[in-house]
Ligand binder design. Structure first.
Ligand SMILES: [Zn+2]
Length: 293
């Protein structure tokens, strides 16, 4: 284990000692909410790093999202993810892999919508741990909210091209370090110590290009953003800020919303005041690297 005090992402790596911003941010999981971590922004690339290294297995043992059930927001959000894939030519006959699928909710959603070849892989979830899944190649690989959990984001990206046929689609969704609101330490984009590195847009695109993944579309909103009341990232992030990440798996806190003028406002109008603190990049695999014939 080593502290992250030097950027492992960019060509002119900044260090903790010369950081552009330094924040002390508490963990937003109830079990660990007393613990505070140091986040710092690289002067070279604008990415944000969690300084402390920890035994993450202890933290994932209590991770609330392991028990996440599909709710109303997820149905809308997953439909937005699916529309993005369709826009890039992915249909029901295509093979899709959700890389880092967690509880597999999006895999279930795809299958329910006729994408019967959809698969999921997640080494931390027993039902999706089968490494055999990674021996196949896919028409599309999606990975939402995963790369920022990896200690080595470059190594993460290197693992993607061998999974995608040349010309296939890769979608990476992750918080965007360029716009995470540093004045709001409870913002779920920070999420220490689980989020090891929050990438700037420039670095995310560069990591893809290094692996022969050519960016073809950049969306600067969350897949949760919709005009439907309460289903937009500004409302959802603020709701998580007030209730901690655990609320994802709990009954809706209607009283909390009704007592909070800011939550009420964002429930209806959040879509129109986006933070742009999330990014979804669609890449095409050039097949230049890592392709197994
Ligand atoms: Zn950097």
């Amino acid at each position: 284990m080593a502290f992250c005090t030097r950027c492992n992402l960019c060509e002119a790596p900044g260090t903790f000692a010369t950081a552009a911003d330094v924040l002390r941010v508490p963990c937003n999981v109830r079990e660990f909410q007393e613990q505070v971590f140091t986040l710092w922004r690289c002067t070279g690339c604008g990415s944000i790093h969690c300084k402390e290294d920890v035994d993450l297995s202890k933290y994932y043992a209590q991770y609330p999202l392991k028990d996440q059930k599909p709710g109303f927001s997820e149905q809308i959000g997953y439909n937005n993810r699916l529309r993005l894939l369709k826009r890039h030519g992915i249909g029901r006959s295509h093979r899709i892999l959700d890389y880092g699928c967690g509880a597999g909710l999006f895999v279930d959603f795809l299958r329910q919508n006729g994408f019967h070849s959809a698969q999921g892989y997640d080494p931390y979830v027993p039902s999706y741990r089968d490494g055999g899944i990674l021996k196949s190649s896919y028409d599309a690989v999606v990975s939402y909210d995963v790369i920022e959990h990896d200690d080595d984001c470059r190594a993460f990206m290197r693992r993607i091209p061998p999974l995608v046929r040349p010309g296939g689609v890769v979608v990476i969704g992750t918080p965007n370090a360029d716009h995470v609101p540093i004045e709001r330490k409870g913002d779920p984009g920070f999420h220490p110590p689980y989020h090891r590195h929050i990438l700037s847009e420039r670095i995310l695109l560069a990591l893809g290009r290094e692996q022969g993944l050519e960016p073809v579309a950049v969306g600067r909103r969350s897949f949760y953003d919709s005009l439907i009341p309460t289903v937009n990232s500004r409302f959802l992030w603020r709701y998580l800020e007030k209730g901690l990440l655990d609320v994802v798996c709990e009954a809706p806190k209607t009283g909390l919303v009704l007592r909070s003028p800011d939550l009420l406002f964002l429930a209806f109008f959040g879509y129109f005041v986006p933070l742009r603190d999330y990014i979804m990049v669609t890449f095409r695999n050039s097949g230049q690297y890592g392709w197994r014939n």
